[in-house]
Design a protein around this ligand. Structure first.
Ligand code: NAD
Length: 251
């Protein structure tokens, strides 16, 4: 793959941990300038990128807050002058309960971060990409955006919503040089999964048993897919929801 990433600019939300962190590092390895947006700063990620000889800036941002997201895009342009790729990845799992027991607070918070957050990001990213007539956006959905999961109604609804939103943005941008896709990770070994399993062997085994490949995915395996979707090799790919899931939704 020709390195078309060098000196471009990538924005990654939720870049302080897990999948976002791995993707920020993968972009930096290719010489892409990286904007890491998160509501929690992780100095280790920034140090690692610096040690790789990469360039990165951290912006504190709650993706569910319009003013924060607007300021994030302004800071990106003020710092690097352009925005080529966006990985809208920040997300929360919320709390676990069946539909009738899901609290209104959990519903609102999960939808606000996972769905409204992605809409807000695209709302401010698309205009700056339109100025250059080129860009690639990848939104983080989940296998929970493709099938139902008992006990996670708000999370599942938010991730299904991300796919509808992605398809709509892809159609609106199709003739304007901007591609918009979604990635649908299976069970990936990150702090989010650790919170869901409580790092208990039995719970981990239950999650692993959901995966036909018989193991958790690694954050780097999602990062590779995001990089491909952003790359010119994927120039005819827009509006898809790509499972990267060890065969999960093939069952
Ligand atoms: P993670 O908890 O390790 O990382 C999520 C990051 O998002 C954290 O750094 C967190 O601080 C940040 N974040 C959360 N809410 C935010 C907000 N409002 N504003 C800014 N930053 C915020 O989890 P992860 O597993 O790396 O998850 C990344 C994405 O992948 C999420 O959207 C998640 O739903 C999705 N996903 C994860 C899995 C999995 O198995 N780990 C599977 C499918 C989809």
């Amino acid at each position: 793959m020709e390195n078309t990433f060098k000196d471009k600019v990538a924005l990654i939300t939720g870049g302080s941990s897990g999948i976002g962190r791995a993707t920020a590092i993968a972009f930096a390895r290719k010489g892409t300038k990286v904007v890491i947006a998160d509501w929690i700063e992780n100095e280790e990620t920034m140090d690692l990128i610096e040690n790789l000889g990469g360039e990165a800036v951290f912006v504190q941002c709650d993706v569910s807050k319009s003013a924060d997201v607007k300021a994030l895009i302004e800071k990106t342009i003020a710092t690097f002058g352009r925005l080529d790729y966006a990985f809208n990845n920040a997300g929360i799992e919320g709390t676990s309960a069946p539909v009738q027991d899901c609290s209104e607070e959990n519903w609102d918070k999960t939808i606000d971060v996972n769905l409204k957050g992605i809409w807000l990001c695209m709302k401010y990213q698309i205009p700056v990409m339109l100025e250059k007539g080129k860009g690639s956006i990848v939104n983080c959905s989940s296998v929970a955006g493709l099938v139902g999961f008992q006990g996670l109604p708000a999370y599942v609804a938010s991730k299904h919503g991300v796919i509808g939103l992605t398809k709509t943005a892809a159609l609106e941008c199709a003739k304007l040089g901007i591609r918009v896709n979604a990635v649908c990770p299976g069970v990936i070994q990150t702090p989010m999964i650790d919170r869901l399993t409580g790092k208990k062997k039995e719970a981990e085994a239950q999650f692993t048993s959901l995966e036909p490949v018989g193991r958790f995915g690694q954050p780097e395996e999602i990062a590779c897919s995001v990089m491909w979707l952003c790359s010119d090799e994927a120039s005819f790919v827009t509006g898809i929801a790509m499972p990267v899931d060890g065969g999960f939704v093939a069952q």
